[in-house]
Design a protein around this ligand. Structure first.
Ligand code: GLC
Length: 714
């Protein structure tokens, strides 16, 4: 439900109803139409001709105090009923000050830090006249062939739901309409990450049980946190395009989730219903979208073209249009844009301010995941390092995809960060990501020879993950592998830093490196944050939220899989899995190393039975048994051993990230409610079934050390 008091909402709805009564049909369809910009004769055009007709309601990707104020002014002067424009943009992980990508942020296991990032993004975006962001993306992703895995919070429903709630609150604040806040948009409704073969935009088919238990909860969490808008996805869901899918947009979104904001299509997803083969023409696609409950059509004039005809033909009633329009006008009222559609241009002075940079740096040190460390980390300030790779002196790719309003000269490169931190290093580029030349390689080899330890920074260009970037080969590009091999011949210890949007396969480096750290794409403060981390000023505290496979052929790989009737135990011929590879991940969900060691012990339950409306307190002692302070992420997993629909071998139901000094110990406590064990049965009823459960408090999803059992009773 919208995060606004019932009184404010009621008043806004009443005022919106009055405004709608005074609109012409053209103005109504205009409020349901969102435009981008068009470029011709080297000039940017904003469809200004729509103002006199009032047939424009919002823009996407148009931002900046100067241009938004100018367009609002024109709208106020020319638009017959003066309904202010709503400016939206893809502020996915920062507007100007760029934060780590959402997948990187999820590896922090700190939703509150992501909330802070959303607050900074909202402040910067709203200073530029943007009052609505197409974020958070909460698509569960189990297949890293799908490039958009970078935009979400990983493979687990529970963790993604926590980030969904936190980020919505960061964007919208405690109540819609607060200063420096923007409307959130839950996307992409729904199931986008399950596209067949990891192929972007391809079909999604799944049981409603899977939809309700895996993909829906993160949307529910954001909507319960007050999310104002939802974006319908491109793909077909069980054969029906999401954008014209009444079951999804009405029964599920409005009925089950009680969503009371409005739905916007994805770019082109209305007319693509024709391409899907769901309708014969654009007229029918407009009709199906409006009948399904869509409000705003992203990017284009289609509604302006077809709504008058749809009503004349009786295919859509004006009441249906008014119903689609009501939440749009209501939210413009709640945002306050009627009273004050303009922004103070001085507000843009907050871009890249010290406070925002500090917030980005603070988040960035939490995200990297140390996969291996035989002792080369933390760095030894007395040593000389060879800092090699195409990402070392790079200002753009370390920002990651969807940094649309980036100003790359503001990026602190890895090279600059190391210099700022006083690390003793020589630098060599070594490769141009996808191609090499002999001189670059030779320089890199020479650099390695004259240093104690090599730090190789390899990985993806930002354009290699994100939308329409599905790939079959999930490995470091060949040119960079050639660089690795040549440098490895020198024989010095290698610290490998992987910078990528998606999980990529690192198996071939595992035994050839002293340390491997997944550094993702850390944003504007990449260099400073990485130096802090590698020097040990901040412990390595990131934990994987998307499994890293051994091979693409295993995909999809995720921790919360089913047991099957013939589990892959490697004992008998006739069992599930592959004859030529394990079904396990190379690095599993929840995995990551710290600079210190922790001992988990004394797992206790307050009871071994609970009623279907009861709860159990779970305690576990955790001790830092290493030589320095550090973080561990205690993870609570359960398994429902017998159920009317079989349940996964493990499900995350709680986590706590804690810092302990060397030798310090603490008891972490989780409250496990029976309701946390609910799932949807064969009748699609949400139930808690009596029966036996296993429970673990663990360091990652493959850690079975501390196990207990309990039962739910009638
Ligand atoms: C894109 C994406 C969506 C984005 C929208 C506007 O195609 O699917 O996530 O918000 O269009 O850029």
């Amino acid at each position: 439900m919208l995060n606004v008091t019932p009184e404010k909402l009621d008043a806004a709805v009443k005022r919106a109803e009055e405004i709608i009564k005074g609109l012409t049909l053209a103005e109504k369809s205009g409020q349901l139409s969102q435009f981008g910009t068009s470029i011709y004769n080297d000039e940017v055009h904003y469809f200004e001709d729509h103002y006199e007709k009032g047939t424009i309601g919002s823009y996407l990707t148009v931002g900046g105090a100067e241009v938004t104020n100018r367009l609002q002014k024109e709208c106020k002067e020319k638009f017959p009923t003066h309904i202010p424009i709503l400016f939206a943009d893809d502020v996915i992980h920062g507007y100007k000050t760029i934060f780590p990508t959402p997948l990187a942020q999820s590896a922090s296991w700190e939703p509150e830090a992501a909330k802070k990032g959303a607050e900074v993004a909202a402040k910067e975006a709203s200073s530029a006249g943007i009052r609505w962001t197409f974020s958070p993306m909460v698509d569960i992703a189990r297949d890293p062939r799908w490039g958009r895995i970078v935009e979400g919070y990983g493979e687990d429903t529970y963790l993604c739901s926590k980030f969904s709630e936190a980020v919505v609150k960061g964007y919208q604040g405690e109540e819609i309409g607060e200063k420096d806040k923007v409307l959130a948009c839950m996307k992409h409704f729904i199931g986008y990450g399950a596209c067949v073969g990891g192929r972007d935009y391809d079909a999604v088919d799944m049981s409603l049980n899977t939809l309700y238990d895996v993909y829906l909860p993160p949307f529910k969490a954001g909507i319960d946190a007050g999310a104002a808008t939802v974006m319908s996805a491109f793909h077909t869901f069980n054969g029906v395009p999401c954008t014209g899918n009444k079951f999804l947009l009405k029964d599920l979104l409005r009925g089950m989730l009680k969503f009371d904001g409005f739905v916007i299509s994805d770019a082109g997803s209305v007319w693509e219903m024709k391409t899907h083969g769901f309708v014969e023409n654009l007229y029918d696609s407009s009709k199906e979208a409006l009948k399904a409950g869509l409000s705003i059509l992203m990017a284009g004039d289609q509604f302006n073209d077809h709504i008058p005809e749809l009503i004349k033909n009786g295919d859509i009633t004006e009441e249906q249009i008014d119903k689609a329009l009501l939440p749009v006008i209501t939210l413009k009222i709640l945002l306050g844009v009627f009273e004050d559609p303009f922004v103070d241009p001085k507000g843009e002075e907050c871009f890249f301010c010290d406070e925002h940079r500090a917030a980005s740096r603070e988040m960035a040190v939490k995200c990297p995941v140390m996969l291996e460390n035989k002792g080369s980390l933390p760095l030894d300030i007395s040593k000389k390092y060879a800092l090699i790779g195409p990402l070392v002196d790079d200002k753009e790719n370390v920002l990651g995809p969807w940094a649309l309003k980036k100003e790359i000269e503001t990026t602190v490169t890895i090279k600059e960060g190391f210099k700022n931190a006083g690390i003793n290093f020589s630098y060599a580029k070594g490769s141009d990501f996808l191609e090499n030349n002999e001189q670059d390689i030779a320089d890199a080899v020479e650099c390695a020879k004259n240093c104690d330890t090599v730090i190789l920074v390899l990985g993806e260009k930002e354009e290699m993950s994100g939308e329409a970037k599905s790939r079959v080969h999930l490995r470091i590009p060949d040119a960079q592998i050639e660089l690795f091999n040549k440098v490895a011949e020198v024989g010095k210890p290698i610290i490998l830093l992987i910078s990528a949007g998606r999980p990529i396969i690192v198996e071939e480096f595992k035994d050839r490196c002293d340390s491997i750290v997944y550094i993702w794409q850390l944003g504007t403060e990449t260099g400073n944050a990485l130096a802090d981390l590698l020097l040990g000023k901040h412990d390595m505290s990131g934990r994987l939220t998307a499994s890293v496979p051994y091979h693409e052929g295993q995909l999809p790989v995720y921790y919360n899989k089913n047991h099957t009737g013939r589990p892959a135990l490697g004992k008998v011929w006739y069992e599930t899995g592959y004859k030529d590879m394990t079904t396990d991940a190379a690095y599993t969900f929840g995995y990551g190393l710290s600079y210190t060691e922790f001992e988990y012990s004394d797992l206790t339950l307050s009871a071994t039975e609970m009623k279907k409306d009861g709860s159990i307190e779970v305690c576990c002692k955790i001790k830092n048994v290493g030589k320095r302070g550090g973080y561990t992420v205690a993870q609570l997993y359960i398994r429902d051993l017998v159920a009317s629909c079989v349940r996964p071998i493990k499900e995350l139901k709680g986590f706590e990230k804690l810092y302990l000094e060397a030798g310090q110990e603490r008891v972490v406590k989780f409250t496990l409610n029976a309701d946390d064990l609910a799932f949807h049965n064969q009748k699609l009823e949400r139930v808690v079934e009596p029966g036996k459960f296993n429970l673990w408090v663990a360091k990652d999803s493959a850690d079975n050390t501390l196990k207990a059992e309990f039962s739910v009773v009638e």
